[in-house]
Design a protein around this ligand. Structure first.
Ligand code: S3P
Length: 442
């Protein structure tokens, strides 16, 4: 069993890079495999989740290699996967497994998808239901969990799907299937989830558009069988990984850091907007665009925070950041209220439960309901006592969030099962210690 411990450090400082964005990395590989020709990818996140997607594509016959620091995907064109009896182990990756199902549903191919203990508990009906309507066949359609066997169709039916949840994984899996349909595919979602699939498809030449409907939901239309151009893709840094050193600096006195080239897509900025509403000193500079995605350098300083109520409309744009926001909330004056967050129960762990459990262990009061959580802030001078052991429960973001809690702990906070951090941020330990954190292998 692997563990790390973390405790108080004097201050955090420096200019750093964090690894490439996980969502965009999965998409660059999967969409790259659908291009006719070679797609070169710079700054691909080489984490366990993304490598699982890469290996799955290789198993399916896609040639992928690395030349110096650039990954090259030799795409086979749309709908061109063949064969059966593939076994694709997606490890811990919800995004990889669900997007891959979308890819498989649009090809004449049969494969079984499996995952680790955490992924095998996560809901898959949300993907099976729409993809079945395109003609994909699942061995056991009433099964909600991996392992799942899927047989795709060479020419999937065009689908109009109204998604009950704002989920980029559901939306993207349907759009990926829709690429090989002869008709148009439409996905409607209640609020707009991250749009990296749409942006990448547009960048590569697909006909895809997004409009807001009179009832304020969002409609994404994709024209099937686009000719995707083999353009180079550079992956910006991951705002969800940047969130850890940013929050660590905001809660550690005398800290000041800058993170370079971060993806600042508005649909990923919920945490940053919430921290600014709480009074955090965060600024954006050097704004520019990188293959269809907005990027910037983000600076953050130690700040006095106040508790806020997170607007429900912001939840989708910070869906992965509630664990680290909860750590910031401890240092706030007053309560921080998070509502409409039931989706957190379906992540790598039930995150509402895992956050509350960890915070209670260090003496922080939380109120937890089915779809909400309230954290009582203790104010800027408060330090937890520490001397606790937190289980990651195979959830990388729970592990990293509680290691950041160590910044405001008198004694070590130990997190067990920390290998899971490699899912998204393999250099977390080195980067945090480089800016002055006090992490140790325990
Ligand atoms: C992701 C979408 C989100 C997020 C996940 C990455 C993606 O999940 O939690 O880490 O890359 O599409 P949902 O779309 O299911 O909310």
């Amino acid at each position: 069993m692997n563990s790390m411990s973390s405790n108080k450090s004097s201050n955090l400082s420096g200019d750093i890079n964090v690894p490439g964005d996980k969502s965009i990395s999965h998409r660059a590989l999967i969409i790259g495999s659908l291009v006719t020709g070679k797609v070169k990818i710079k700054n691909l996140l080489e984490s366990d989740d993304v490598i699982a997607t890469l290996e799955a594509l290789k198993t399916l016959g896609i040639k992928i290699n690395k030349n110096k620091n650039i990954w090259q995907v030799f795409g086979n064109g749309i709908g061109n996967l063949h064969g059966s009896d593939y076994r694709l182990d997606m490890g811990n990756s919800g995004t990889g497994s669900r997007l891959l199902m979308g890819l498989l549903a649009g090809s004449d191919v049969e494969a079984t998808i499996l995952g680790d203990e955490s992924l095998s508990k996560r809901p898959m009906k949300r993907i099976i239901k729409p993809l079945t309507k395109t003609g994909a066949v699942f061995d056991n359609p009433s099964n909600n969990n991996l392992p799942i066997k899927i047989r795709g169709s060479k020419i999937p039916l065009p689908l109009k799907y109204i998604s009950p949840v704002a989920s980029a994984q559901i939306k993207s899996s349907i759009l990926l299937t829709g690429l090989s349909s002869t008709g148009n595919t439409t996905v409607i979602e209640p609020t707009l989830s991250r749009d990296h699939t749409e942006r990448m498809l547009k960048y590569l030449g697909a006909n895809i558009s997004t409009t807001q409907l009179p009832n304020s939901s969002w409609k994404i239309d994709l024209k099937g069988l686009p000719l995707l151009k083999p353009l180079d893709i550079e992956i910006p840094s991951d705002p969800s990984s940047a969130a850890f050193p940013i929050v660590a600096s905001i809660i550690t006195p005398n800290s000041k850091i800058k993170i370079l080239n971060v993806c600042v897509n508005d649909l990923r900025m919920g945490l940053y907007k919430s921290l600014i509403d709480m009074g955090a000193n965060i600024s954006f500079s050097n704004r520019r665009e990188l293959n269809g995605e907005p990027i910037a350098d983000i600076s953050a300083k130690y700040s006095i925070l106040k508790g806020i109520k997170i607007p429900k409309s912001r939840v989708a744009s910070m869906i992965d950041e509630f664990p680290i926001l909860s750590i910031a909330a401890i240092k706030a004056i007053g309560e921080t209220t998070m509502e409409g967050i039931e989706e957190l129960r379906f992540k790598e762990t039930d995150r509402i439960y895992s956050i509350s459990e960890g915070l209670r262990l260090v003496g922080i009061e939380t109120k937890e309901k089915k779809d909400s959580m309230v954290i009582k802030g203790m104010g800027p001078d408060y330090y937890v006592n520490g001397n606790v052991t937190i289980k990651s429960r195979l959830d990388h973001r729970i592990a990293m969030s509680f290691l950041c809690l160590g910044m405001i702990s008198e004694n070590p906070v130990k997190v067990i099962d920390t290998d899971t951090i490699n899912s998204s941020f393999p250099s977390f330990f080195e980067i945090m210690n480089k800016i002055g954190a006090n992490l140790k292998y325990a």
